[in-house]
Design a protein around this ligand. Structure first.
Ligand code: DP6
Length: 334
């Protein structure tokens, strides 16, 4: 018998970053993080467990076989699901993204959130949202947050049970309504990053004298960001978002040897954002483990900010994304 489930999940961009694991095997982070799930960035994944079959898992991503290391990562994750469900069957996994890889949005976050939902359902498990965030976390830390829509808080916790993500519900927003936020994603480079986040986190934690300071300030930043969201104060939110990301990169750059994801274009984008802010636009930068820059702004100013960034950075694609929904099941067959 074959059991198949298809699920999809959007990617998310952290407003207050996750950078470092207290427990690598379980992906327990050193800090709690806060993110915005982005609409229109879904990865869709189909998982089939071939009961009675033998052999290895088969994986394709956008129709292509990924590297042996990537397949091994997916198989390790599927082993967790098989173990819990009491299955031994190999799986076939097909994953496709609506966002081109070049946009820097087709991340492991959406991929492992969709995989967690599809694989658990194909294995016959009905996990609640919290349990699903804990499972997705084991695939990639940031995937815990892509299980949920809108604003999401990943509580660092101290063990598997207590390290989970939950939606942040604001008193001022409509129930389940998206906050009035938008992200302009600037595609500055299409090159793959030289060092994976997992390896870069390990190096930062192990060698950067600035890392403990970033961890300490991160707790304060998170409280500040949540307070800013509750009071609907976008400038207060934007300032702490930008500072938290730049602090994370400063800690990376102080690693020995240095980890430097930035290119000259990264700095150009940061300058363009600062210039727009001086002109009165509500816009702040954030940067993940790569050279591309994302600009946080209000939903109302999104189009204007994206257009202004395109004008200031000729040749750069700018994608405007609004808050998006949770991971969902697209279909199950038995
Ligand atoms: C800079 O979730 O990709 O984007 O858990 O090792 O798979 P692993 O790392 P990953 O790291 C994301 C780091 C970040 C910040 C963030 O999304 O919070």
């Amino acid at each position: 018998m074959t059991r198949t489930a298809t699920a999809s999940a959007n990617t998310n961009i952290a407003l207050i970053k996750y950078w470092g694991k207290a427990d690598e095997a379980l992906t327990i982070p050193t800090t709690s993080s806060l993110s915005l799930t982005l609409g229109g960035t879904r990865t869709t994944t189909t998982v089939s467990f071939e009961e009675g079959a033998r052999g290895a898992d088969t994986v394709t991503i956008d129709g292509v076989r990924p590297s042996p290391a990537q397949v091994a990562r997916v198989s390790r994750f599927l082993d967790l699901v098989r173990h819990r469900a009491g299955l031994t069957a190999p799986a076939t996994v097909h994953s496709s993204s609506t966002v081109p890889l070049a946009a820097g949005l087709a991340s492991s976050a959406a991929g492992f959130a969709a995989l967690a939902l599809a694989a658990s359902r194909a294995a016959g498990m009905e996990l609640d949202a919290r349990a699903l965030t804990r499972l997705a976390r084991r695939g990639s830390g940031s995937a815990a947050r892509s299980v949920l829509g809108g604003l999401v808080l990943w509580n660092a916790g101290k063990d598997d049970e207590t390290s989970y993500a939950e939606q942040v519900v604001l008193p001022t927003a409509q129930p389940d309504g998206p906050p009035d936020l938008a992200m302009a994603v600037m595609v500055l480079t299409q090159e793959r990053k030289e060092i994976s986040s997992t390896a870069a986190m390990r190096a930062t934690m192990g060698s950067s004298p600035l890392y403990p300071a970033w961890v300490e300030s991160s707790a304060v930043d998170l409280r500040e960001a949540l307070a800013a969201l509750r009071s609907g104060d976008l400038p207060r939110l934007g300032e702490v978002v930008e500072a938290n990301a730049l602090g994370m990169h400063a800690a990376m750059m102080a690693s020995r040897p240095a980890i430097m994801y930035w290119t000259p274009r990264t700095l150009e984008a940061l300058r363009a954002i600062a210039a727009l802010r001086h002109e009165g636009m509500p816009v702040w930068a954030t940067i993940d483990a790569g050279a591309n820059v994302k600009a946080l702004t209000s939903g109302a100013c999104g189009e204007r900010v994206a257009a202004a960034l395109r004008e200031r950075l000729p040749g750069v694609s700018v994608w405007l994304r609004r808050p998006g929904g949770a991971a969902r099941i697209e279909g199950v067959t038995r």
